[in-house]
Design a binder for this molecule. Structure first.
Ligand SMILES: [Zn+2]
Length: 444
């Protein structure tokens, strides 16, 4: 029976817990979220929501928790096709002898388009609703991510030497600007510019990228101080440490998202904090390449927004933010000799609201609040490794696995329902990935 006092909405999703990740860290026991079009209309107790709203799509997550979608702030998503191609090597040998040659041989819009399907499938199934990329042929990536229904910040890579995607610096910038113009204002895809690093981009390219970022008001994404070699190289070339050098160029401000920041000294951390630079911490990739340990506990104390990135699947070897959260919290407790640092609530904040904020999406996603876009996930708690449950934050960070993610909604659209992709043929995505891997394998 239709009650005229009830407000029709597109979805009502209820669960045992709603983790809003709002400013007050509100947790609603027996809560629900009402969604109309792309937006969250209200987050409240289930009883209140069901009294006020009606919907043809009511999803009751029994033994489930609803939380904002997780945000992967640094990856090279299409590299999923190079997963496991070369492991157990030092970064520079891995890059120079394996990854860059493979990229020069294989990258094309067709490769990117197919690989992004697999990357989006993997990330969505692990509860990631937004990813920030740095790569090439981002137009093909944008079309695919949009088709699958994933939110993405796509950074066109800039290098000072030729690659498959461009042969001159001018061509890299021309590609970037045309991509930015084509995608600026899209509801799912945010264009961004991504000078690769200080050892691959000279001062002219860095300053030019900054001008483009300001002109179009977009994020500026860069690798920074990932290895000791890089720091030595920058000091040899410019007589300054990397963060000091970027500061001297006027590069640093809050639109900058710096991946890694492992080899940073105290004065550099202070500079990053002062300039409100966001950091993408890629713990598992850093561990696997033995790149070192970013001083995350100190960064957090200085008020820097540190967020989670997986980096590419060739160095991780997955795109699993839940496992980054658990690993990162534990490693930094051990490094600090202090189990109170990176507590579970902070870690979830880093993976949600802060992730959105460092990407310039703080008003759009990152928490479950009225007026924000409906990017949310549900995690099923009726599992042996999730019972008993005394603290919901601790559960999500230390016990939940990617395979516990049940439903995923992006921009008000359900894209994963009970672990099944609704927007594309999952078996087709896997077959295409196998086909490409056979080609790559046979050519080696
Ligand atoms: Zn990277």
């Amino acid at each position: 029976m239709f009650d005229s006092k009830m407000i029709p909405v597109d979805y009502i999703i209820s669960g045992d817990y709603v983790l809003t990740m709002d400013e007050n860290h509100s947790v609603i026991r027996n809560g629900a979220v009402a969604i109309k079009n792309t937006e969250i209309v209200e987050v409240n107790l289930s009883d209140e929501i069901f009294k006020k709203y009606t919907s043809e799509h009511v999803l009751k997550e029994k033994d489930g928790v609803i939380l904002p979608g997780l945000i992967n702030t640094h990856t090279h998503a299409a590299m999923v096709y190079f997963r496991g191609l070369a492991d157990d090597l030092p970064l520079h040998e891995w890059l120079n002898s394996h990854i860059w040659p493979a990229e020069n041989k294989w990258l094309s819009p067709e490769f990117i388009s197919d690989a992004i399907e697999l990357a989006c499938l993997e990330m969505l199934k692990g509860g990631v609703t937004t990813y920030c990329d740095m790569y090439f042929y981002e137009d093909a990536a944008g079309k695919t991510a949009k088709k699958i229904g994933m939110r993405a910040v796509l950074g066109v890579g800039i290098l000072d030497f030729p690659s498959k995607s461009a042969s001159t610096t001018d061509e890299y910038f021309a590609n970037a600007e045309s991509f930015i113009k084509d995608w600026k204002g899209d509801e799912l895809i945010t264009p961004c510019i991504a000078p690769h690093a200080l050892y691959t981009c000279g001062p002219d390219s860095l300053k030019r990228a900054k001008v483009v970022a300001e002109k179009y008001d977009i994020p500026l994404h860069i690798h920074l101080s990932e290895t000791e070699w890089e720091v030595r190289e920058v000091i040899a070339r410019y007589n300054r440490r990397p963060v000091e050098y970027l500061e001297s160029l006027g590069f640093l401000d809050e639109r900058v998202l710096a991946a890694h920041c492992i080899w940073v000294e105290d004065n550099e951390i202070e500079l990053l904090a002062k300039r409100k630079v966001g950091i993408s911490h890629c713990m598992e990739s850093n561990l696997k390449l033995a790149s070192g340990f970013a001083p995350v506990a100190t960064m957090l104390m200085e008020g820097i927004k540190v967020t989670f990135g997986t980096d590419g699947a060739a160095s991780n070897n997955d795109l699993n933010i839940l496992s980054e959260m658990s690993t990162t919290a534990k490693v930094h407790k051990a490094l600090s000799n202090n189990p109170t640092v990176l507590n579970a609530k902070t870690v979830l904040l880093m993976a949600t609201r802060w992730g959105a904020e460092v990407l310039g999406l703080g008003n759009t996603v990152g928490s479950l609040e009225k007026g924000k876009k409906a990017d949310l996930i549900t995690i099923g708690l009726n599992k042996p490794h999730l019972i008993p449950m005394y603290d919901i934050y601790s559960h999500i960070v230390y016990a939940a696995m990617a395979s516990d993610v049940q439903k995923v909604m992006v921009n008000g659209k359900l894209v994963i329902n009970d672990r099944e992709l609704l927007t594309a043929d999952e078996s087709g995505i896997l077959s295409k990935a196998r086909m490409w891997s056979e080609r790559i394998k046979n050519s080696r």
